[in-house]
Design a protein around this ligand. Structure first.
Ligand code: ADE
Length: 225
């Protein structure tokens, strides 16, 4: 998989890809991440990428031209499965979306800033608009990092244990059951007996029951989907 991220602040985005699982995925050539600084695609000498809103109002708008130049250059080099715009008014990210995006080959992610992008950017280039939740960030960069993480960990070979992404919370619209490690007794709090029993079938049933119980309690909305 290849992900091209278009941003005005590449520095805000680099560190998540320089550690842990994402770093290893890049080192293993399972994913390539390329950053593109929008200011490199401006024509004006002072590298202008935003301007005042037509109709007045507070906040600047990202101009269509530099974004057009950048996306058109990338599209001339290869085909893309999706051109994603990170925006609070997009579809809210969930595990299903991450699953289906993890099967794609080439993705572009456009990070918004200020008030957002000129509407014509959305009409001309964007195939998917994604929000990471109902709150406003100062830019799309942190949202792009979240989206990348949710996708990349699902690519086969990225996680050590192949089954571990399949048993994640949300994979069956269920939250995860409680989990424990040593010691078996900590300050009088004991690990449930069944987990020490060695009966795999009983353990699996217990986990299914607890996952359902927890989901009913905390996120009944997931069970309606
Ligand atoms: N940009 C600003 N806020 C955002 C959000 N919640 N999701 C995606 N992109 C954003």
């Amino acid at each position: 998989m290849r992900i091209d991220i278009i941003t005005v602040v590449p520095d805000l985005l680099k560190s998540p890809f320089e550690a842990s699982i994402l770093k290893r995925a890049i080192e293993k050539d399972l994913v390539e991440i390329h950053f593109h600084n929008l200011r490199d695609y401006t024509t004006s000498s002072y590298k202008q990428i935003d301007d005042y809103q037509y109709g007045g109002g507070a906040g600047m708008v990202m101009m269509v031209e530099p974004i057009d130049k950048c996306i058109s250059k990338l599209k001339a080099e290869r085909d893309y499965d999706e051109v994603i715009y990170l925006t609070p008014d997009g579809d809210v990210l969930n595990q299903n979306m991450a699953n289906s995006l993890s099967l794609k080959g080439n993705l572009i992610m456009l990070c918004g800033h200020y008030k957002g992008v000129d509407q014509r950017v959305r009409e001309l280039f964007i195939t998917k608009e994604i929000s990471i939740g109902d709150y406003v960030l100062s830019g799309g960069e942190l949202a792009a990092a979240v989206l990348c993480d949710s996708i990349i960990r699902l690519i086969p070979g990225v996680l050590g244990n192949e089954t571990s992404a399949l048993t994640d919370a949300f994979q069956d619209n269920l939250l995860s059951p409680p989990i424990y490690t040593r010691p078996a007794n900590y300050k009088g709090l004991e690990v449930p007996e069944i987990l020490l029993s060695g009966h795999q079938q009983k353990i699996d049933n217990w986990r299914d029951d607890k996952a359902l119980e927890r989901t009913k309690e905390r996120r009944p909305d997931l069970l309606q989907e």
